[in-house]
Design a protein around this ligand. Structure first.
Ligand SMILES: NC(=O)c1ccc[n+]([C@@H]2O[C@H](COP(=O)([O-])OP(=O)(O)OC[C@H]3O[C@@H](n4cnc5c(N)ncnc54)[C@H](OP(=O)(O)O)[C@@H]3O)[C@@H](O)[C@H]2O)c1
Length: 216
C-alpha cells in the first residue's frame, strides 16, 4: 500500500522556492516554518530531491518537543549525497534512507557504513516513484511529506501521486530567474492542466497557508 502523500511548497508570491544560485534561506517566515515542522511531525517520512540535499544540507527534523522525527528520504540517482552531510552524520539519531539506481554499490557501501539505508530502484528518467512508494509501504510508512525541490515535486504531480498540497506563500518576490516550486510538467494542451480544489485558506504570520486537493 502506498503512503498518503502530502506535497509541501514554501514559496514566494511569484511561486519561487530559491534564487537562481540555489539560496533559499528563508523565503517564508519563521511562523510558516514552525507550522511546517508540525506538518513534518504528522508524517512517517519526509522526502527531498538530490539537489535540495546537496544545496541546503538540511536536517529535516521536526524540532517539535516530544515528537519523534520522521524517516528522512533522498531521491538520489547517482548517490551524490555527501557522507559529511547532516542527513548522513545524524542517521543514527534519525534514520536516513536513500533511493538510488542499481550500480552505485561503492558509494552505497560508504553510506551504509554510516548507517544510511540505501534502496536501489529502477531509473526511468528519474527514479521510479512507484517502486519507492511500494518499498515505503512495505516498511510500514503510511504517510509521506514531499518537501521539494521543484523537480521532485513536479515528478509527483506528473504521476498524479499526491493526496494533499500544503502551500505556504510569503509576500516576497524572487523574480523570473528564481527556481520554480513546480518544475516542468511538459503539458501540451490545456486539457492536461493540473486542476486543484482549495480546501483551506488561512494566515500564518504574514504568510498565507493554503491546502489543496485534486479537483474532481
Ligand atoms: N523554499 C523551500 O522551502 C525549499 C524546499 C526545498 C528545496 N528548495 C530549494 O530547491 C532547490 C532545489 O530544487 P531542484 O528542483 O533544483 O531539485 P530537487 O527537486 O531538490 O532535486 C532534483 C533531483 O533529484 C533527483 N531525482 C531522482 N529521482 C527523481 C525523480 N523521480 N524526480 C525528480 N527528481 C529526482 C535528480 O538528481 P539526480 O539525477 O542526481 O538523482 C534531480 O535532478 C534548492 O535551491 C533548494 O534550496 C527550497
Amino acid at each position: 500500500m502506498f503512503p498518503k502523500i502530502t506535497l509541501k511548497l514554501a514559496t514566494s508570491l511569484d511561486g519561487k522556492i530559491a534564487l537562481a544560485n540555489g539560496q533559499s534561506e528563508w523565503v517564508t517566515s519563521e511562523a510558516s516554518r514552525a507550522h511546517g515542522r508540525y506538518l513534518r511531525a504528522e508524517n512517517d517520512a519526509i522526502a527531498v530531491g538530490a539537489n535540495t540535499a546537496e544545496i541546503d544540507n538540511p536536517m529535516l527534523t521536526t524540532r517539535v518537543l516530544g515528537q519523534s522525527n520522521p524517516v528522512r528520504i533522498v531521491f538520489d540517482t547517482t548517490l551524490r549525497l555527501d557522507p559529511e552531510s547532516h542527513l548522513v552524520t545524524t542517521t543514527n539519531e534519525t534514520p536516513t534512507w536513500v533511493f538510488t539506481r542499481a550500480g552505485t554499490d561503492a558509494k552505497a557501501n560508504i553510506l551504509r557504513e554510516h548507517g544510511v539505508v540505501v534502496h536501489p530502484v529502477t531509473d526511468e528518467n528519474g527514479l521510479s516513484l512507484t517502486e519507492a512508494l511500494t518499498i515505503m509501504g512495505e516498511y510500514g510508512i503510511r504517510s509521506l511529506l514531499v518537501e521539494g525541490g521543484g523537480t521532485l515535486i513536479a515528478s509527483f504531480i506528473r504521476a498524479g501521486l499526491y493526496d494533499t498540497i500544503h502551500w505556504y506563500r510569503a509576500p516576497v518576490l524572487l523574480g523570473g530567474d528564481g527556481r520554480d516550486c513546480v518544475g516542468a510538467l511538459s503539458l501540451t494542451n490545456m486539457g492536461q492542466v493540473v486542476r486543484l480544489h482549495r480546501m483551506k485558506f488561512s494566515e500564518v504570520g504574514h504568510d498565507l497557508h493554503e491546502v489543496y486537493v485534486k479537483a474532481d
